[in-house]
Structures are given as C-alpha cells and as structure tokens.
Design a protein around this ligand. Structure first.
Ligand code: MG
Length: 378
C-alpha cells in the first residue's frame, strides 16, 4: 500500500497548575503529532520540536520523500530523510523522528502485529517503570509537595522514583533522604538535575546525598559539555545518565569514548525516531552501557518507548530490577491521557500492548479539544 497523506496536528493542553524542573516552569503541554495514511490505515508519530518549526520541515522537506512510498520501507525512507539535510541535528532530526515513528506504527498495523514484533520481538510482557517526578512548583518552596506526591506514586503502584533536583544542595539532599525513607531499600532512587546546575555544583550536591545511594545522577551538566561530564565523572561513584536532548545517534560517540555515560537516554521523538534511537541502542550494547529511552510528550511517544523497551536485552546494573526501565512522566499531562492513561501494576510495571502497531487508538475527534492547528499534505 502507498502512503497517500500526511496529517499534522499541533496539540496544546493547559495544565491545572504550573510545574517544572530547576531550569524551567511550564503551564501547558504542546506537541506535534503526525499521522501517516495508507489506504484505510494510519500510523502515528510525535516530535519534541516546536510544533510550527517541525511542521514546516515536514511540509517543505520530508513530505515529498514520504508521499507515494511503501510504509514497509521505513528504513530506506529514513535514510532518504537523513540524507536530505546537511546537519544531523536540531529540528530536522526531530521532524524525521515523528515521520519515522509513524511509519513504524503504520508498517506494524499493515502486518497486524504489535510494534515490538516489527522491531525484533518483545523479551517481556511487562516492563519495569519508575515515576519521573515530583516536579517543582513556583511561588513558594519549590519542593513543598514532594512528600504528598510521592505518597500518591507509591499508592498507584510505582516502586522507584526519579526526583527533580537542582535548587539547592541542602534541599536536594533533604528530599532525597525523605523519599529514600518512603520507598525503602528495595526500590531505586534516581536524581535528575535537568541541566540546571554547574558540574561543580552537581558534585557538591552529590556529596550531600550520596548516602541515599542514588542509582544514577542525570544531566549534571549541560548536554554538550563533555568537559563538565568528565569533571563530574571523576567525583561521583554512582552511574551518570544523559543524552535526552541529543538529536543524532552520533552525538553519543564522544561521551562514550570519554567513558562519562553509564546510562544512555535518547528520546525517540528527538533522536531521529525508532531508526535513530535503535542505532544508539547498538552503541550502548557495543560499549556495555545501559540504554533507557527518555520519555516525554504524549501517549504516542510513550508507547513507542514502551515497545522499544520491551525488546531490550536484560542488564544487571545495580538496580533492584535488571534494566531496562521505562520512564513514566507523572506530571499532569492531558496529552498522555488521550487514549486512557497507561496504568501501573502493583508490581511497579507496565503491561506491553499486544494489539497492532503502537497498540493505541487515536482519532481526530479525540484530538479535537487540544488541536490548535491542523494541516493535511497529499
Ligand atoms: Mg531527564
């Protein structure tokens, strides 16, 4: 079947309250979903890029390479899209990510198999997840709701938590000790600085909270700051995680060569889709490092990551469960609830969908309350 149409949906959802990390607060969730149509089937993809910018790239550069093609040739189409740009980063690879994700979903739906089967076969029926939260709040003590919200995560079935950190070493350490006491020693605690502090400050904070035994420290330096990561690496005993904003698989190479990444975290909606992210998975395997996709955005990127994570080989890396883990963004997010909020089992896992493609049903009608712009390309 040939691809006949590409539909773009700029979605914007107001949040009930402003939340954020130590770098930025936000009160909306915006994303661009891409629907690629062939016959009476369609596949869904998502980009992390600014919706208007990504939509422009799809219209001007990608649509001519995709329309009329066979979705089963998703890897050849991905190569053509990557070759269409001088640089392999930025909005270009993020827009490619959305198309590539949609092509995978569509190819799997055409064969009537789940996405995990298309990309090699699931190794597990449920994936260990962790709560990525709580988030900071403005206008008052930014950590003020941490205890209440972690109580909610534990009641929902989560076992392990990744804390937002970075306002102050003292408060980060206090929050980490509190949450460690709540989750116990049979669960994992991770710390995410979200690029919000200097490497030196990250080291000082780590020294204040090292006794809670964090499984990893995430983004303790700006994304491209290799020297900063090297400084951090020389002072921390625990694993270092990063790379969630990297737009090209090759961006991971200098960090692997320098030995500063223990956990590689490409985002499928940023790092050139499932095709690009799969290359990072190979790099992780060749360097004997862990690979845990970063997950943000809507239910589309969430399910792409869930299927990919289901296919990864198990790896012991010091956690209570073997890797891989699945990141679950637990902040308010209507775009994650579009097809019903994914549920967590009382074992702290998420079941892997067994229906065709991503395993979710979306329609323009469901998106309508959040759609601020819609374009159809044919
Ligand atoms: Mg992060």
């Amino acid at each position: 079947m040939k691809i006949t149409e590409i539909r773009l949906y700029h979605l914007s959802a107001k949040l009930p309250e402003t939340i954020g990390n130590a770098k930025i607060f936000f009160d909306r969730r915006d994303t661009l979903l891409v629907e690629v149509v062939a016959g009476n089937l369609s596949g869904w993809g998502e980009t992390w890029a600014l919706p208007a910018a990504a939509a422009s790239v799809v219209k001007t550069h990608l649509a001519p390479l995709v329309l009329g093609q066979n979705p089963q040739h998703y890897r050849r189409i991905w190569q053509d899209m990557m070759r269409a740009f001088e640089t392999r980063s930025g909005v270009a690879t993020m827009a490619i990510a959305a198309i590539d994700m949609a092509l995978h979903d569509l190819a799997a739906r055409e064969r009537d198999i789940p996405l995990h089967e298309l990309i090699g076969g699931a190794r597990r029926g449920e994936v260990t997840t962790y709560a990525s939260g709580p988030f900071f709040k403005p206008d008052g003590h930014p950590y003020r709701d941490f205890e209440k919200e972690v109580e909610g995560y534990l009641a929902a079935g989560f076992k392990s938590i990744k804390l937002r950190s970075g306002y102050s070493a003292f408060d980060d350490a206090k929050a980490a000790r509190l949450v460690r006491s709540m989750i116990g020693i049979d669960a994992d605690l991770m710390i995410d600085f979200n690029q919000s502090i200097t490497p030196r400050n990250a080291i000082a904070t780590y020294e204040c909270l090292a006794d809670v035994a964090p499984l990893w420290i995430e983004e303790p330096a700006p994304p491209g700051d290799l020297a900063g990561y090297q400084l951090v690496r020389s002072h921390m005993r625990c694993a270092i995680a990063g790379g969630e904003t990297f737009g090209a698989p090759s961006d991971f190479l200098p960090f692997l060569d320098a030995g500063v990444f223990d956990v590689l975290q490409p985002d499928i909606a940023i790092c050139a889709g499932l095709s690009g992210t799969s290359q990072v998975a190979v790099l992780a395997e060749l360097h004997h490092r862990a690979f845990i996709p970063h997950v943000w955005g809507s239910v589309v990127n969430f399910h792409a990551a869930l299927h990919l994570t289901a296919t990864l080989a198990p790896q012991r890396a010091g956690g209570q469960s073997p890797f891989p883990f699945m990141e679950f963004d637990v902040g308010a997010n209507p775009l994650l609830d579009l097809a019903g909020r994914p549920t967590v089992t009382q074992r702290g896992t998420i079941e892997v969908p067994q229906s065709a493609g991503l395993g979710i049903t979306l329609s323009p009608v469901m998106l309508e309350p959040f759609t601020v712009d819609h374009v159809a390309l044919s």
